[in-house]
Design a protein around this ligand. Sequence first.
Ligand code: DGL
Length: 262
Amino acid sequence: MKIGIFDSGLGGLSVLNEALSKLSEHEFLYYADVKNVPYGQKSRDEILKFSFDAVKFLIENGSNAVVVACNTATSVAIKDIRAKLSVPIIGMEPAIKKAHDLSYNDALKTLVIATPVTVNGAKLKELIINLHAKDKTELLALPRLVNFAENGEFDTENVKSYLKEELAKFDLSKFGFLVLGCTHFNYFKDSLREILPPNISIIDGNEGTINRLVSELGLTISNANLTSNVKFFYSGAEMYEQSELEKISRNLARLEKMRAIC
Ligand code: DGL
């Protein structure tokens, strides 16, 4: 089976990495919309158009199913994409439910970090209301992390002081979970772990998303990590440039290290 994975940029490689570790027998097409990243500060109409074009491209290039490995695109465009395109489309939402399922203490709060579009979107508000979690969930937009990630700046002093300054807005002793509501944020798990107190667990949505793909398509899990089964596309053109393919490999290696941090 051919599975398309789409993100505004290189954040969705965290979802691809999870997929490669479980579904090595399948082929993957990874679409990074590098011409238009970051989505998190664009208009809803722009995000709708970019996301639709990307998913359509993946289907036209043979994908039997598509994972929208972008919380921002899911928040704005998933309903529209599903209504207009006919293959299974798996979206991605901040894993607040996982945080709540893991919570052994109802008094512990959850901090969701995401892009401004996701934080201000109706979809996240609906999710929080449906989980009856309004009183114990706080939201924080961290748009600069997307630019840091795209520029390959992961654990520098710049990144750490930005995180420290933003997280200082909260009394972290009251929180049990930090939910990564943007796939780009997976690159910063080591810096986040360094800054956050030990009472806070870091939760991402990668495993849950791939589990949903497996169950919706009835796939069989087989372990390995074969990047050879992946074709990479940058905004609609196949990427053959050696330096970019090496950057992608380095990013995947970093994300594999980040996977164990929680
Ligand atoms: N990686 C995306 C997400 O999961 C969005 C990053 C951006 O383009 O702003 O939300």
